[in-house]
Each structure stands twice: as C-alpha cells, then as structure tokens.
Design a protein around this ligand. Sequence first.
Ligand code: AMP
Ligand code: GLY
Length: 428
Amino acid sequence: MNILLLGSGGREHALAWKLAQSSLLEGGGILFAAPGNPGIAGHARLVALDARDHGAVLRLCEEQRIGLVVIGPEAPLVDGLADSLRGAGIAVFGPGAAAAQLEGSKGFTKDLCARAGIPTAAYRRAGSLAEARAALDFFTLPVVVKADGLAAGKGVTIAHSREEAEDALAALFAGQFGDAEAVIEEFLEGEEASLFCLTDGATILPFGSAQDHKRVGEGDAGPNTGGMGAYSPAPVLTGTLEAEAIRRIIAPTVRAMADAGTPYSGVLYAGLMLTRSGPSLIEYNARFGDPECQVLMMRLESDLGEVLLACAENRLGTIEPARFAPASALTVVIAAKGYPGTPETGGPITGIEAAEATGARVFQAGTARAADGRLVAAGGRVLNVTARGASVAEAQARAYAGVDRIGFADGFCRRDIGWREVAREQAG
Ligand code: AMP
Ligand code: GLY
C-alpha cells in the first residue's frame, strides 16, 4: 500500500527511515512525505502539501490511493486532521481533535486527572491575571507557571520567587503565547522520564521509554527547548515503575477518554516525574517526542508500518508486543546558534556521510537545500546525530564521534547528553 507521512522534523526523518523498511510497502508501495525535508527525501517521495488544508490532504490520499496516513507533529492533530481523514474512511495514525486536547490543553488534562484520580501536581487554572495572582497564594515556592496551549515546550516557568511567578504571569496574560490562559502548579521533585504507549482507545501497547534533555545548556542550565538530546531506554523508569505508570496514569486516561466518547487513538507520550511517592504525570503529548522518537526508532525491531496500521485500524489487541533492541540509543541535537531564541539560518552543513561512516545515523530536522544544492540550516534544531551502544556511555561516545565529523560552524550542541545515566553506569 501507499503511505503518507506528515511533518518535516527529525522525528519524521526517523519515522520515514523505519516506514521505508515496512512490509506494507512491498509490491511497489510508495512512501510519500509532506512537506518533508532533505533527509526525509532519502526515504520518501516529497509532496508539497499544507496539512492545514484538509481538502488538499484528502485529495492527495484519493489520487495516490493512500492506505495509511501517519501524522507526526501536534498542530495538525489539535486541528482535527485525523477526524477529517477518518471521516473519509482513511486509516490514520494519530488522535482526533477532541482526544488531542490531552496535549493541546493542559487545563483539560489536569481536570481529567483530577476526576480520574491520576497522580499529578496540584494545580489551579486562571483565566485572568487577577485570578492567577490570587491562585499563587495556594502554593509554596518554587511554583510552576504554564501557558495553557501549544507553546512548543517553551510555555513553562519554574518560579523561585513570587516576583518571578508574577512576571511570568504578566507576560503570559500580555499575550506572549497568544490568548492562552494559565495553569499554576505545585513543583514536583524527582527525575523525569518519558513513557510512550500506543493505544487504539482500548488496548495499550507499551512502546518504549526515553529521557529528554530540555534545557539548552550543559548540566541542564538555561532556557527550555524542544529537547537537546535523548536516550532510550530510560533505566530510571524500571519495569516496576513503568507498570505502575501504565496502571495508575495511562490506563485510567485511556478509559476516561473512551468513556467520554472521544477514544484516544495514536501514541500517548507521558512526561513523568518519578517522585518519592511514584510516577506523577507532568504532561501528555499526543505524538512522538522529538528527539525521543529518534532513539526509539533506532531500537525498534518490529515493523513500524504494521504496528501503526494496527493502531489506526483498532486492532492493537491482535498483534504481538512491540520489540525493541535491548541496546541503548542516544541522540545529540545540533542546533543553530541563537536557538531557542531566533536561530541563525542559512549556515552550510557538511560531513553527514562522514558521520554516518562512523556507524552513527544522522536524522535531519531544520535543513534545506540552497539554490546551489548545498545543505543549509533552516530551523532551530538542525541535526540529530544518533547511535547505539551496549551502554548509555557507549552510545554517547559513538554519537559524539559522529557529531565530531559534522561541519556546521553556525551550530552548537550540548556535550553532556545522557550524563545522569552515564554517571549511574560509572557508579556501577
Ligand atoms: P511541560 O511543557 O509541561 O512538559 O513542562 C516543561 C518542563 O518543565 C518539564 O519537562 C519539567 O522539567 C518542568 N515542569 C513542568 N511541570 C513541572 C512540575 N509540576 N514540577 C516540576 N517541574 C515541572
Ligand atoms: N522532546 C520533547 C517533546 O517532544 O515534547
């Protein structure tokens, strides 16, 4: 069959790489990607398509007889593209708009957790600056201030003083994130881990764990980003803790969504805080993590196309559990200088083949071809240099060996991706 993958980041490059190996494409099937990027072009036929134009996506699906649509990023999910496709009888991997609120609205998710008894930080929602200021009285410091809407991971402030909290709220209500409202939360202490589960609204298929590095600077300093690197699996999320997270967080969420008549179908990505009293939900995302997807795909042994199609066709209960290599995978994000502020785009990139000759795999995110055909930076996060190893330390060494072959003078990366786990490995 033919498959259409939507998106243009490093996550989609990793998905395209695995989908291109799927048995679904046997017999002449074509993988299309829209809009894609120069890396994705190595695995898929790129088509110019604006995912906001549902009519255009439907026309392409009809013209090219697409048997499965895989939606990578959150914006088209929150925008209801999966509903339009399902309405037309097309198999689609990704939740509809109502279910994607689990990512699109932090307030929605917090209210659902409260009703279902799901462990998460205590919170208050506020629709105005006055309400938000009053809500601050209910929390001790530090306190967490969040914009209630899609903010690409940048809408969260951990305020260590009342003044800092008020400043964040003032900026938020002055329109820093559009007309977002505020969620104010208790600060949770612990280590973070990401858990991925596929669900078709009934069956839950665990799909791996990872640890992200959200801050721009080494030692987890500086502003939040979309993620500067990741590794998988995350050994801090032990089998026992993963089972507890599925039982106390994922399963009641899937049940609540089904009971509300808006079953969740797709990947449910839980950002967890591993607190002293167990896993607590920080947030849900309605898509794969970026760059966590890159390390999951690096380990995945199952046929990605088969699994995503089974999810889209509500038959996850009939397939085998997903198989992942026990090895560790680690990815280092190379970003353009200026990120997560305004990145310097246009800088030339060389050395991808040399990096891959070391055994690493380079997933492309914000890249483009200049008029003369050279590869240049075209976004904040530009490359994801990814490698496997028997330990996180080995995967880390191999990923940085790849990084060191890349020529990108206008870029930078963290040199410490995986540091928590490497320290634990060294401590034995
Ligand atoms: P979010 O966009 O909700 O994932 O938040 C971004 C980051 O802020 C998370 O990855 C955490 O590092 C941090 N964070 C969010 N909520 C909390 C919380 N309640 N307690 C502690 N840290 C938090
Ligand atoms: N890497 C964090 C995210 O995808 O939300």
